[in-house]
Design a protein around this ligand. Sequence first.
Ligand code: FAD
Ligand code: FES
Length: 253
Amino acid sequence: MITDTGKKIYKAHVKRIEKVSKSTYFIEIEPREKQEIKAGQFISVYCDGLTLRRPFSVFSNNNGNIGILFKERGKGTAYIKSLKEGNDIDIIGPLGKGFSIKPQKALLIGAGIGIAPMAFLKEKLDKIGAESLLAAGFLNKDEIPSNVYPQKIYTDDGSYGEKGSILNYLGLLINEFKPEIIYACGPQIVLKSVSRIAQEYNIQCEIAMEKVMACGIGVCRGCVIDIKKDGKVVNATVCKDGPVFNGNEVVWQ
Ligand SMILES: Cc1cc2nc3c(=O)[nH]c(=O)nc-3n(C[C@H](O)[C@H](O)[C@H](O)COP(=O)(O)OP(=O)(O)OC[C@H]3O[C@@H](n4cnc5c(N)ncnc54)[C@H](O)[C@@H]3O)c2cc1C
Ligand code: FES
């Protein structure tokens, strides 16, 4: 069925669900209609009994089967976690704008669950033969999902890879890898710093923002942020105008 926003509502079913780290789950969903999805786009999941759908970045799209990586936070994610293979699931998507795909040397930064769209982006860049480096930061070894394969890993407590915040290593990564573009997803504080550092090095930067969402399709204005356009500060919705933005355009809080 096509909604009046032109997006498709899928009736879909759960193909598999598994725990992939101490607090992260992977769910693969088989939609009735399969379609191309850009890295950075998200799906909105109806969670039994809850008015608002919950948004999740697309982590994989294998033969039209959509994968998401999620952390259990509240009722919505607890519901998704409770689903079993073969259960029906109601999703809308793909929603929002994705990352640009260019044949440029790319540094990908994924912090925490922000690894999800970055891993999908890496696949897309590999397909066009773009040289890329995926670097990821986690709290500790137990939080690293078993189905992600970053080339560089940083943990806050040093229990795996290099010790400390990924941000402490960003300058080093830039100097060694010399990227032409930086992509990032993670907590706002990380995105803000990555954008600032990219600007200092005069490197293009695209970041995927997260905001609590209501409608997910640009109608309620609940996810508005300020961005700079043509010398003016204007509103943009994270769900429809984003979630991917040029890091230099965002007016950081
Ligand atoms: C574009 C986008 C992509 C996302 N991708 C992923 C993903 O790939 N994997 C993943 O695990 N999560 C992702 N999130 C966050 C995810 O939507 C929330 O974790 C989820 O909605 C929580 O629902 P809940 O009912 O379990 O928790 P709730 O009961 O709704 O909330 C529990 C806690 O989580 C916080 N929270 C709720 N919604 C969000 C939100 N949208 N962003 C940040 N914090 C929130 C609340 O403030 C509260 O502290 C994404 C969010 C956006 C906007
Ligand atoms: S969530 Fe409604 S406008 Fe973005």
